[in-house]
Design a protein around this ligand. Structure first.
Ligand code: PEP
Length: 264
C-alpha cells in the first residue's frame, strides 16, 4: 500500500486496477477469464481490482465473482430509469445483476456516440440514485492538447459531468483521466504528464468539494497501460489506479499489470 495525494502522510490507498474489455471476448472466454482472475487474486489484498465485461456477460460473470473482492462494472448506462428506450440498459438493471460500478463518459462514448457533458451528468446522477458507483472518464484529444487546451477541457468536462451533485452523493465516485490520444494508440502519457493532470483534477475537486474529499478520491489513469509501464505510472503520487483497455483482454497481461503494481 502506498501513501497518496493530499495529506499524503495520512491517506492510504490500495491501487485500483480496472480492465475495460470493450466489445471483445466471447462469453466462454469471459467466463474463463473471470475464473482465472478469481483464483489468481486469492489472498492478494494489496490491490483492488475490477473488470468491465459486455452487458450480455454481466450476469454470468457477477455470479462467478460473487463474494470475492473483484468489482464488476458495466461499460455504459442510460440516464433514464426505465421506459421506451429500445436497446438501452438502466442503472437498476445493472445493479440487479450484481455490478457495483459503471463506466460513464468513456471517450469512445463521447466521440463515437456523441455523448455530451449534460447527458453524462444525467447518467452519473441516475447511477448514484441506485448506489452504482460511477467511474467517470475525462480526457483531452491530441488537437486540444496541442492547442494548449488540456486544462480547459478537463475543467469543463469535470464541471459539466458533476453539475448539481453534492459531495455526500459522490462518496464512491472514481475519476479516470484518459487522454484520448493515448487510448488504444500505444502512446502512453509520460508519467509526469499524467501526474500533472491528476493534480489539476484533484485541485478542482478540492475547490468544489473540499480537501478531504479530494484527498480520498480515486483518480485512475488510462491510455495504453501495459505490464511494462504500469509500475512507473502507479509510482506517481497523484495516480491512484489504472483503467486498462487493450492489455486487459488477455488474462496473462492483466495479471502482469496487477502484479507489477502490487510489488514494491
Ligand atoms: C480504455 O479504453 O479505457 C483504455 C484506456 O484503452 P487502452 O488501454 O487500450 O488504451
Amino acid at each position: 500500500m502506498r501513501l497518496k495525494g493530499y495529506h499524503a502522510e495520512t491517506i492510504m490507498k490500495k491501487p485500483f486496477i480496472v480492465g475495460n474489455w470493450k466489445m471483445n471476448l466471447t462469453l466462454k472466454q469471459g467466463v474463463e477469464f473471470a475464473r482465472l482472475l478469481k483464483n489468481g487474486l486469492k489472498g492478494k489484498r494489496e490491490v483492488l481490482c475490477g473488470i468491465c465485461p459486455s452487458f450480455v456477460f454481466l450476469s454470468e460473470i457477477c455470479k462467478i465473482l460473487e463474494g470475492c473482492n473483484i468489482c464488476v462494472a458495466a461499460q455504459n448506462v442510460h440516464s433514464e430509469t426505465n421506459g421506451a428506450y429500445t436497446g438501452e440498459v438502466s442503472a437498476l438493471m445493472i445493479k440487479e445483476v450484481g455490478c457495483t460500478h459503471v463506466l460513464i463518459g468513456h471517450s469512445e462514448r463521447r466521440h463515437i456516440f456523441h455523448e455530451t457533458d449534460s447527458f453524462i451528468n444525467a447518467k452519473i446522477k441516475t447511477a448514484l440514485s441506485v448506489t452504482l458507483k460511477p467511474i467517470f472518464c475525462i480526457g483531452e484529444t491530441l488537437e486540444e492538447r496541442e492547442a494548449g487546451r488540456t486544462k480547459d477541457v478537463i475543467q469543463s468536462q469535470l464541471k459539466g459531468g458533476l453539475r448539481d451533485i453534492h459531495a455526500d452523493q459522490l462518496e464512491e465516485l472514481v475519476i479516470a483521466y484518459e487522454p484520448v490520444w493515448a487510448i488504444g494508440t500505444g502512446k502512453t502519457a509520460l508519467p509526469g504528464q499524467a501526474n500533472e493532470v491528476h493534480s489539476f483534477i484533484r485541485n478542482i475537486v478540492a475547490d468544489e468539494y473540499g480537501k478531504d474529499f479530494a484527498a480520498n478520491l480515486y483518480i485512475q489513469y488510462g491510455g495504453s497501460v501495459k505490464p511494462e509501464n504500469a509500475k512507473e505510472l502507479m509510482a506517481q503520487p497523484e495516480i491512484d489506479g489504472l483503467l486498462v483497455g487493450g492489455a486487459s483482454i488477455t488474462f496473462e497481461s492483466f495479471l502482469k499489470i496487477i502484479e507489477a503494481v502490487s510489488k514494491d
